[in-house]
Design a protein around this ligand. Sequence first.
Ligand code: GLY
Ligand code: MN
Ligand code: MN
Length: 364
Amino acid sequence: MTVYADTRFQNRRRRLASTLAGQRIDAMLVTHLTHVRFLSGFSGSNGAVLVKKDLTALISTDGRYTTQVGEEASDLELISARNCGSALLETLDGPRRVGYEADYVTVSELESLQKACPEGITLVPVTGVIEEIRLVKDEVSLDHLRHVARIAVVAWEELLEAGELRAGRRENEVAADLEYRMRKHGSEHTSFDTIVASGLNSAKPHHGADDTEIQDGDIVTVDFGAHLLGFNSDITRSVIVGHTTDFTKEIYDVVLRAQLAGIDAATPGTALVDVDRACRDIIDEADYGEYFVHSTGHGVGLDVHEAPYASTGGKGVLEPGMTLTIEPGIYVPGKGGVRIEDSLIIRAGAPEIITDTPKELRLV
Ligand code: GLY
Ligand code: MN
Ligand code: MN
């Protein structure tokens, strides 16, 4: 499927230009590929965009992408080059202040950009401006996010229904099976390395998936996501194999209650720290606070992890159109762990859960 240039990209560039005008910046050189895609629609692996304050914009990529850039970003003037950022700077005449993405440009890349600058051009570090524009998603993006979340959910439900998450299978077999099912439903690739953490491995939040054989009585935590058209999904479910124990039942119950409290708290106007607090309080009250070793959640979109962040130091408040995961966990070394994660769209009133699939304790 091809995405053609549309007014969303122009609107984003307009917002960027007007924000930068406030910082007395005449043009912004965008080299971070996620942002190139966000501002132009171009999805190739080499490219840069230059957005000027008069709203004209140029794009650069190399010969491998000439056809693709014409399909995806036909409204931008193309400068064909391999060193895209430098080639775009070379089109400028001064004196001008040109922003560059200080969070993404390496020291040696900056040296090359500086060498490419014509007389009178000053490069100015810019941080966080495009991330800010990405915070509240437009409806087209939200539809993509719903779709890519649905792919993950359908693959998960199929895996369980087929009985393929079971004792005797290796973690990496289960991961491959789930990834195959996501692919069949349209995923281009996973949004991150699939986690299948069984038994004692479940006490490691980001275990991965290895050749450990799943055993009767294990908790199995599966954290996975699909990727399509630049968008990512992110969901975690923990299941229990064969039979529960007092420990597995208890931590599952606490994490589920914490997760539901986090979802309840995720409403417009709520501070991100308070969303984190809502989850953390329940786990603290159950005396497992020291075993909840990460933040409550993050935005999900063109990156799997992006602003806003629900954490003890989280900044800002939720607004409609933001996304947020709610993913509390308890991880007791030498015993096991549970995490439950959903991705939400913040809406007036209750959030929309885009990874909606049962999460009551489930025996497989
Ligand atoms: N898969 C990593 C996370 O849930 O944030
Ligand atoms: Mn996840
Ligand atoms: Mn997550």
